[in-house]
Design a protein around this ligand. Sequence first.
Ligand code: NAD
Length: 492
Amino acid sequence: MPKLDKVYQLFINGEFVEAENKATIDVFNPATGAKLASIAEASKKDVDKAVKAARRAFEKFRFSTVAERAKLLLDIADIIEQNKKWLAQVETMDNGKPIRETMNVDIPFAVEHFRYFAGVIQGEEGTANILHDPLGGDFMSIVLREPIGVVGQIVPWNFPFLMAAWKLAPVIAAGDTSVFKPSSETSLSVLELMKLIQKVLPKGIVNVVTGKGSTTGEFVRTHKGLDKLAFTGSTEIGRSIALAAAEKIIPATLELGGKSANIIFDDADFDKAIDGVQLGILFNQGQVCCAGSRIFVQEGIYDKFIKAIVAKFKKIKVGDPMNPETQMGSQINKKQADKILNYVEIGKKEGAKVLVGGKRAKAGDAFVEPTLLEVSSNSCTVAQEEIFGPVGAVIKFKDEAELIKMVNDSEYGLGGGVFTNDITRALRVSRLMETGRVWINTYNQIPAGCPFGGYKASGIGRETHKMILEHYSQIKNLVIDLKGKESGFYPQ
Ligand code: NAD
């Protein structure tokens, strides 16, 4: 097995380079507390250097052919696949998520993503229209899609590698270049990827600047040399990204927080719904933007359902993320675990009943038990605020009218689930939900090719689908006169 480097440098213009002021940040394995490595902290000058490298690369890459870009995407996908085990181990060490998830989800889904965009661009077709105007003009209109330029991309710590794939695949597919900032908590997997693809990636197309949000992130956010910002993270920081984009009059795509509803109707397939609730709130330790964190259960099956889900949550194996048997690893750090447990206390103070869990798990300081809180109202804090942990707020409901009111009473609108065997009801309810994604009889499935993104404070734009390329490019329209000198129709 390869080893982690002691120090990870910045990746600028195809080379690993020290931060200008030599500043570094230590990174730790959240499950054990052991130091893993140090990463460079990019200064303003470093970010500027990365933007300039990306600009130089763009001037060439913008004219690359579809075939060249598709090959690059496929090469990257192959390299990731060949190094799947190592990348999964790095991700697990750095993030605390179970190895069974990094091996089966994070890394393979990243591979799929690069391949999907390679396929999409090769299938592109052009359009040309013949148009006439009221003066008798006769024109051909050709719509060209051109790459947008240098994109500042900032991602969070919950799916470090997968979020990198979600951001970098469209950049390459569109012919753009990137200044990419991972979370300072979890920069190792994308830096390992840069080491692996260094030989196939033309210089300057992807530049990785590591560092804290308040320093390096700010330098990216406010840099005047960018043509677009793409952000995944909290709604709070997302808002500041949107403001920075407005200041520069450049577009921003935002994938932000959520408080998604997972709805279980009386007629649902019982076992499927139980699995759906587990996957909805425990996958990735609940640190999922679209986590099914509000669980609405219809009154007819409520008692039976609660008994079964509590039994299931009690059996979840929480512990060493490197153990293939482990179902839940650690949160990203102790601070996040403390924040989650504080929400449990807030819930209790507001009258919530702890159905299961609610405490720090025995495995360590950063581990939290799978938790369900029964709440009497959707307006309580734990049903309104994003907890970002394995804590579900369970709410009993009577009928659809009451349900829809509660479901839409949220500032967010990212994910959602409907479990029922009545397809008409599933479609009717899905249509009424103010959210960008509804899973029917499943949850947290994220295949490439399905547009993902939020309504309301959950964001702007849709990723994981070819429509994101519209955000990574701009339109140029050529209008060509077909009559020429012979026309003679213009009034003199
Ligand atoms: P965060 O907003 O704190 O940080 C996200 C990224 O922004 C990090 O790289 C961070 O360093 C950087 N950052 C922080 N302050 C910055 C600033 N002032 N300027 C520029 N960059 C800055 O989020 P987080 O805690 O890393 O991740 C959790 C959040 O991400 C949750 O709210 C979650 O819902 C959201 N998220 C959303 C999606 C989605 O697709 N909608 C996916 C994953 C996570």
